[in-house]
Design a protein around this ligand. Structure first.
Ligand code: BGC
Length: 769
């Protein structure tokens, strides 16, 4: 755990230069706007420890899988989001000496991520080996208002000399992915151009043929006044640059404002990219840096209006929750149904930028409550559009009749996991995808979604489960063999309780949805039946039989659902009795030892109880929580939030708060020693859930919002916004009770502490605890 980030309610601040933490800071201070994003690399050269990262959403490369012995069913490739052209680069020479913070003496360094207005600012003083000192200030952002663009203002002032400052803004596309399987570069050059005050390169990805044009236009200022100076241009393969030399007096300044844009062939015909790019660059330069920055602040203010959580009395918790919300908004805006949410967003290469079950299981609740309905709908449509590939994927593995197995890891619908027994066997992801449909319909009441898209997915998933189980003559029940549950520290187990639960729930929900759609949209139902060849009588009879006769492992002595067959054969040494020196076990133990142990990486049985809590009484929840919590090591960032919500439900406020702290400052304090790889974006949605569903006790019950809040001991109050079926509510929990403000024109009814309350437009009411 590291605690070098300064606490501030609206900013993330690093004061003092910490080269040993540079890669962590590059992750934490990342910028993005849903369409593109980047790590917080420096504009000027840096020969120290760094992980360069610029990413364009949806642009990926299918890197050939690397395995020892090939087996049928292995995915051909592991798709990865590409490290794309660097558009932030500005080389700086000070009287001929390169500015490189790894080689200069650095003082007064500070890096600030302004979350309120969405920009990154860095200031420092550097002394070159020749003893020349300069003050530098740089401000940059990825525009939320104009999501193909970004801008940088880089200002340098000589402190103890007058001399020559050379500024060379460049675009560099000669970039490699760190996680490339065969050390290949994935980009080819299509064309480039460079002129006096700008230039661009257009690159094409190997195999996938995406083209991305990345360009710049710049303005040079001398003491804040634009100047037109001669520049020398350079080009080499996948690289363009323009060098400008200025004579700057001591105490005066030179600045470059670099306007940049990234346009992709996903949105324009490849042949028209460069024309559109030049138009975009001209447009934003005309607008100017300050106007773009003001638009950025306005766009963020719009986001915060719906998203902010205000915590009074605990600045560290306030900073943390805002950081989580900020990063989620930077990663996914819901504008484009071809895009999704990679576990690291735009902050690193790990997990290849691919889509995991994280989206449906963790991120959907956040976007449902804090963004327009279409944002979550787009996330669902992403999977709907990939249904054909999910069916192909199942077919490859021997399933038939339109059964679908969604991939565990994907870019375009094709499975591209790279660990067979872990990720491949995590077929439970099919359940999360069905659950997200249920969650969306429950939250929005958009029943039409079922008829238009949802039911087709649900039937395909139910078909898969019905073929994946088998009848055990011995047990006289259905069983499910050879799976990995959410707990990835158990592989290839039989009858993972969570997976069996998801399977039967999906089949039941598919049958319920059949009934609903048949009633509400008979013509659409008939069309679907014929499209997918659905034999309702026969297939639902099979689903029903499985639902009725599924085997669920249970231990009579402990009276808990068993994670899987044989779980209790394991040596039961609780986590508290495990020496701290042996943790995290995934860094200290062999895989063999992990698999034989009773330790649980992340919520598994408890994940099922979280999803289906209405089916269990409090005693059952408590028994299972008390049994599994002490065995859980939380070595996935997705784990503590589920435990926080269940602890809150059980009235264990102290533990709920403990789990919340673990999730909310995970990256800011580098809890798991891995923030340098990128931030844990999808688990940030879990942090949001811990506050809203945990401390706020929010649920949707019978079409209404319901709250059972409590105030964590350290806090004076907390408040949040929730959008629900056209209403926008502000809920504030304090010692006085729960204050509800309706900020919208729609009236709504909510339950607070089991009392029903009508909240009319612009109403404000207080419900005492
Ligand atoms: C977790 C998975 C998760 C993946 C990506 C793994 O460590 O165990 O549940 O899908 O990370 O976040």
């Amino acid at each position: 755990m590291k605690e070098y980030i300064e606490v501030d309610e609206w900013k993330i601040i690093e004061r003092g230069f910490n080269p040993q933490h540079n890669k962590i800071s590059e992750s934490i201070f990342s910028l993005g706007n849903g369409r593109m994003g980047q790590r917080a690399n420096f504009e000027e050269a840096y020969s120290g420890d760094t992980l360069q990262g610029n990413y364009v959403a949806g642009v990926y490369y299918p890197d050939k899988t690397r395995v020892g012995w090939w087996k049928n069913g292995y995915p051909e490739y592991f798709a990865k989001v590409l490290n794309a052209a660097n558009w932030i680069g500005i080389d700086v020479l000070i009287d001929g000496e390169q500015l490189d913070l790894a080689k200069c003496q650095v003082s007064s360094f500070s890096r600030e991520l302004n979350m309120k207005e969405g920009y990154l600012k860095r200031t420092f003083t550097a002394k070159t080996t020749a003893g020349k000192m300069v003050d530098v200030e740089t401000v940059r952002f990825c525009s939320m208002a104009d999501d193909e663009t970004g801008a940088i203002k880089y200002t340098i002032s000589p402190v103890n000399f007058s001399g020559k400052i050379t500024l060379t803004p460049f675009i560099d596309g000669d970039i490699a992915n760190k996680d490339s399987n065969y050390d290949e570069k994935f980009w080819d050059e299509v064309k480039k151009e460079i002129w006096g005050d700008g230039g661009y390169i257009q690159l094409r990805t190997k195999k996938t043929g995406f083209e991305v044009a990345t360009g710049m236009l710049f303005t040079i200022l001398q003491n804040t006044v634009p100047v037109h100076l001669f520049s020398t241009t350079f080009e080499k393969e996948k690289y363009v640059a323009a060098k400008v030399e200025l004579t700057v007096k001591q105490g005066e300044s030179a600045s470059v404002i670099k306007y940049a844009a990234n346009l992709s062939s996903q949105n324009y015909p490849a042949a028209e990219l460069s024309v559109n790019l030049k138009q975009t660059l001209t447009r934003i330069r005309k607008k100017g840096f300050e106007t773009m920055l003001a638009e950025q602040a306005e766009a963020w203010s719009g986001k915060w209006k719906h998203n902010d959580i205000i915590i009074e009395g605990d600045a560290a918790a306030q900073q943390a929750i805002r950081f989580n919300i900020f990063q989620l908004n930077q990663t996914y805006t819901g504008e484009d149904d071809r895009l999704n949410i990679g576990p690291k967003g735009f902050t690193g290469e790990k997990y290849g930028g691919s889509t995991y079950w994280d989206t449906e299981a963790y991120c959907v609740p956040f976007y449902l409550s804090t963004a327009d309905q279409k944002v979550t709908k787009n996330l669902l449509l992403y999977r709907y559009k990939q249904l054909g590939k999910a069916i192909d994927n199942a077919k490859l593995l021997g399933f038939k009749n339109g059964a679908a197995l969604y991939p565990m890891v994907t870019m375009d619908g094709t499975e591209c996991h790279n660990e067979w027994e872990i990720t491949f066997e995590e077929i439970h992801r099919n359940g999360a995808i069905a659950y997200a449909i249920f969650n969306y319909v429950r939250y929005t009441a958009d029943e039409a979604y079922l008829a238009d898209y949802g039911l087709e997915v649900l039937i395909a998933i139910a078909r898969f489960w019905s073929q994946r189980v088998n009848w055990s003559a011995d047990k006289q029940q259905y069983v499910m063999l050879g799976v990995t549950g959410p707990n990835e520290y158990e592989n290839n187990v039989n009858n993972n309780w969570y997976t069996n639960k998801q399977a039967t729930w999906c089949m039941q929900y598919a049958m319920d949805a059949v009934e609903k759609v048949k009633q509400a949209a008979p013509a659409k139902y008939a069309a679907l039946v014929s499209k997918i060849n659905f034999n309702e009588a026969e297939e639902t009879a099979k689903f029903k039989d499985i639902v009725a006769k599924m085997y669920f492992p249970y231990d009579e002595k402990e009276r808990v659902f068993l994670q899987q067959d044989g779980y209790l054969d394991k040596e039961q040494i609780l986590v508290k009795d495990l020496p701290a020196t042996e943790r995290p076990i995934n860094q200290k133990w062999s895989w063999d030892r992990i698999l034989r142990s009773c330790y649980i990486k992340q919520a598994d049985v408890l994940q099922g109880i979280y999803f289906f809590e209405d089916q269990y009484d409090l005693d059952t929840i408590r028994r299972n929580f008390d049994f599994y919590e002490p065995r859980t090591v939380h070595e996935s960032s997705l784990s503590p939030c589920v435990h926080a919500i269940l602890a809150a439900k059980l009235g264990d406020e102290a533990r709920a708060y403990e789990f919340y702290l673990r999730t909310s400052r995970l990256d800011l304090d580098d809890y798991n020693n891995d923030t340098e790889d990128g931030c844990h974006i999808t688990s940030m949605a879990g942090t949001w859930m811990s506050v809203i569903e945990g401390f706020g006790g929010m649920r949707v019950k019978d079409g209404k919002l319901s709250f059972q809040p409590f105030l964590p001991g350290k806090w004076r109050s907390f408040s949040f916004h929730i959008g629900f079926r056209g209403a926008l509510l502000n809920i504030k929990v304090s010692k006085d009770g729960v204050q509800i403000k309706n900020l919208s024109g729609s009236e709504t009814t909510v339950w607070v502490y089991d009392k029903e309350q009508l909240v009319k437009p612009d109403d404000e009411l207080l419900v005492e605890a």
